[in-house]
Write a protein that binds this ligand. Sequence first.
Ligand code: UDP
Ligand code: MG
Length: 352
Amino acid sequence: MPARPILWIVIPCYNEEKVLPITAPLFRDKLLSLIGGEKISPSSRVLFVNDGSSDRTWEIITALAREDERYLGISQSRNRGHQNAVLAGLMEAKDHADITISIDCDGQDDVNAMDAMVDAYLDGSEVVYGVRSSRETDSFFKRTTAHAFYRMMRGLDAEVVYDHADYRLVSSLVLRHFADFEEVNIFLRGMFPLVGFKSSCVYYERARRVAGKSHYPLKKMAALALNGITDLSVKPINLIAGIGLVISLLGLAGAIWAVVEALLGNTVAGWASTVCILCVLGGIQLVSLGVIGQYVGKTYLETKRRPRYIISERTWEKGGRRWIEETSDDAGEDRTPPSPTHTEKPHERKSL
Ligand code: UDP
Ligand code: MG
């Protein structure tokens, strides 16, 4: 039997105690069905990334890991947001797996699309984007703002796959190159197209959350969108320069006109026109400063080179406290990673 790829499903979780008991078995069952269908290696795993949850999420993940070796978990030292949680999971997985699939833990993304994703990988794609074929289950507001965002990104020449969020298969080959993208402000869905390699799309229906509430209120959604724009495009700065140039030319024409009028003795008390010009120009200047400030602020954050995530615990390791190890009964427990790291023969692809 040819060797098959090791898959790690990477799942960010933030305060999902209501959701995890329902969806965790769905991920495991999908893994088992892919293993049963001989598409992936039996060493494949489900990796939960606890993003500094304040509820019982991490307890649930550790209990799952005790119950079944196919479940693994890592915990971030604090909440860092969805993008950093996915990144932490992918960077952890890349050394153990041949392929990863990132997916939200709330059941909105259809796990059955994974079959087509793995098939696409076996057919030669290194990145497979999960694309929502319909957004009927999203609110009207979320749907329209999301579509406006994708259109704007295209207008700004940023390469994003329309209606793709963070449900995607990525091979460890791509992840190893992706690891060289060291920016702190990350917008994963816009960064993977930059890595290149052969990619394809798999379409699925987006469902409702199985339980709990969305962690993306308007403010966070706007921050993510802004991050995406500043991360992928400097066109807004060029746009400002263009607007500045046009206004300067108009201003020059206006100044010449004013001098000519003054010389001809036609000047009148133009209060309204003066106030209008001041207000419009003042507004444009402030907005322009704000946009440029966004880029300066992002540059400032980048120069600090702070870590993008800090993993405080892994379900297959004990915490880093030596005294616990020395005094506890099970001191000296095995600390090796959970999956044989490529002890199997390299897997083969159908068409390669
Ligand atoms: N999430 C996370 N950290 C956060 C917020 C969200 O890891 O700070 C996870 C969350 O548990 C879920 C995924 O990111 O698995 C998507 O979040 P959510 O479903 O709330 O967003 P929506 O689908 O409404 O955009
Ligand atoms: Mg969701």
